[in-house]
Design a protein. Structure first.
Length: 121
């Protein structure tokens, strides 16, 4: 017969410990997964917004109407706000949009900016 050292608790005291550990760890894992998915969605929106702003600034710089540029940005990122400025022969555009998760608007704004030389055709 094998002797169990005194410093080890009896095997019966370990019953249910896996269930308790899982009950604590499962919500933490779900919360971590939610944060990761929100961050990934933010990155996707950032990339789409940057592409939309770059296209919009090129449209305005080559002489197209600003309304066409705004429509293009809204087609890629529906809630985006576009501001166009013309400093020193450049055409610059800045857009921002709130981060939306499901039906909930998060208090995080995502922005993008691009500039191009004006007057080209």
């Amino acid at each position: 017969m094998r002797r169990v050292p005194r410093w080890l608790p009896p095997a019966s005291s370990q019953r249910g410990s896996a269930t308790a550990e899982f009950a604590i760890a499962a919500p933490v894992v779900v919360l971590l997964l939610a944060f990761c998915l929100t961050g990934l969605q933010g990155v996707v929106v950032q990339i789409r917004l940057q592409d939309a702003v770059a296209d919009a600034v090129r449209l305005v710089a080559r002489g197209d109407d600003e309304a066409i540029a705004r429509e293009h940005v809204h087609s890629l990122v529906p809630d985006a706000e576009l501001e166009i400025s013309r400093p020193d022969g450049l055409v610059c555009a800045r857009a921002s949009t709130p981060l939306v998760l499901g039906e909930r608007v998060l208090p995080v704004d995502i922005g993008a900016r691009a500039c191009a030389l004006g007057g080209g055709r």
